[in-house]
Write a protein that binds this ligand. Structure first.
Ligand SMILES: [Fe+2]
Ligand SMILES: [Fe+2]
Length: 272
């Protein structure tokens, strides 16, 4: 049987450090895993909250095929027209129809069409429509339009993501969870052939609290006072998954976690 494409999915890229980590590690990862498609969750790229057109352009220029988003989609007003510009950037499909952007996109490489769907959980997150109903609609629209489908389910609660994995098993190539910024140890191909992980984790400072400087997070929790949060610069890691699609449509043969530290060299000026 002919093998399907390999997809590298990278979890929420947080701030400048996350961006630098992604840009530094992406070429090597791409080559090592033979990735045909690269999909990146970019909802935290701009200083930890949202994304701007300039930063999205930077990710696309680095070889990212599709950017997915989440609850921080609209944090930066300047991204709004960009979401409707036809570029391969998607916000949760189950948002209100009146909210800018679209929830799915199809990209093509080497004659293979990959559909990417972004979806938001309904538990502890604000999404206008029910994810479990919306996905049926979106998959119906993608029927005949995509050889493989990847769903980024951006959700807070593990049970909601586990349930979605079972609901989509045998219907999509992969369902990957995002949003919590903490990778889970349950990556596997479900019995129906769908690659699954509850949360991919994040790309950026592992030395903070899901991206924020740890001292500030702890101070907030200790004092119950307003604390200004900044993005941590401590201990950058890239977290993602590599999905090997099957030769037959919308099925996977393997999913493997990528958890990789980035050790940047000294600045150019410091080198002798
Ligand atoms: Fe995030
Ligand atoms: Fe999020």
């Amino acid at each position: 049987m002919q093998a399907g494409p390999t997809i590298l999915f990278v979890g929420d890229v947080v701030g400048g450090l996350g961006r630098r980590t992604l840009l530094a590690l992406l070429p090597g990862l791409r080559e090592r895993h033979g990735a045909d498609f690269v999909v990146v969750n970019g909802e935290n790229v701009a200083g930890g909250l949202g994304i701007t057109p300039k930063l999205a352009d930077e990710l696309f220029a680095a070889g990212v095929d599709v950017i997915t988003l989440g609850n921080h989609t609209y944090r930066r007003a300047e991204i709004v027209p960009y979401l409707d510009s036809g570029r391969p950037i998607v916000r949760p499909a189950n948002y209100l129809a009146t909210q800018p952007g679209r929830g799915s996109v199809v990209v093509e490489r080497g004659g293979v069409r990959l559909g990417v769907v972004n979806l938001s959980g309904n538990v502890h997150l604000r999404a206008g429509r029910v994810a479990f109903l919306e996905i049926d609609q979106v998959l119906g629209e993608l029927e005949g339009q995509a050889d493989h489908v990847l769903v980024d389910f951006h959700a807070e609660v593990t049970s909601e993501k586990v349930a979605m994995g079972w609901y989509l098993d045998g219907r999509v190539t992969a369902m990957v969870g995002t949003h919590t910024h903490v990778p889970t140890a349950d990556a596997r191909v479900l019995p129906g052939g769908t690659a699954y992980i509850t949360d991919v984790g994040m790309t950026g400072p592992r030395g903070g609290v899901i991206g924020v400087k740890k001292e500030q997070s702890i101070a907030s929790l200790r004092t119950h006072m307003n604390v200004h949060f900044e993005t941590s610069e401590d201990d950058p890691w890239l977290m993602g998954v590599v999905i090997r699609a099957a030769g037959r449509p919308r099925r996977a043969v393997a999913i493997e976690q990528v958890l990789e530290p980035w050790r940047p060299g000294p600045p150019a000026a410091a080198r002798s």
